[in-house]
Design a protein around this ligand. Structure first.
Ligand SMILES: [Zn+2]
Length: 133
């Protein structure tokens, strides 16, 4: 019984490590299938296929919305936390605070765009939606 539990815990931690590794690859904009190909060919243009292994990153046209949802959620969370911290710990006037948070939020959203799509691509890979043809 104890050996079975140790085996189960070992398999569970192995699976968790695989999930963390795949999600990390997505955040680093690297193909989760071959772990070598780059997902983006320019700042905002994602490759249709991995240049190394050839898997299609977003098979259906609507799959870009997953990355957009991740980006929007994390950008909103960033704005809430940054706005809350600035309003509590500084004495900035409200207009200046709103402008600063607005500019920081837009910048964060633009900078995180590729990583959100990469993260979504990793989630697609983990759920079996990305596969070799
Ligand atoms: Zn690849």
């Amino acid at each position: 019984m104890l050996e079975y539990r140790i085996f189960t815990v070992a398999r569970l931690s192995e699976a968790m490590l695989r999930i963390v590794r795949i999600l990390s690859l997505g955040l680093l904009l690297t193909c989760p299938a071959c772990q070598h190909g780059r997902m983006f060919r320019s700042r905002f243009t994602m490759n249709v296929r991995c240049p190394v292994c050839g898997v299609i990153f977003e098979r259906d046209a609507g799959e870009v919305t997953g990355g957009m949802a991740i980006n929007m959620t994390l950008t909103s969370a960033f704005a809430l936390v940054a706005g809350g911290l600035l309003s509590v710990f500084t004495t900035l006037p409200a207009l200046l605070l709103i402008l600063a948070i607005g500019m920081a939020t837009v910048t964060f959203g633009l900078l995180f765009y590729r990583h959100a799509r990469g993260l979504w691509t990793s989630i697609l890979y983990l759920t079996g939606s990305i596969f070799e043809d």
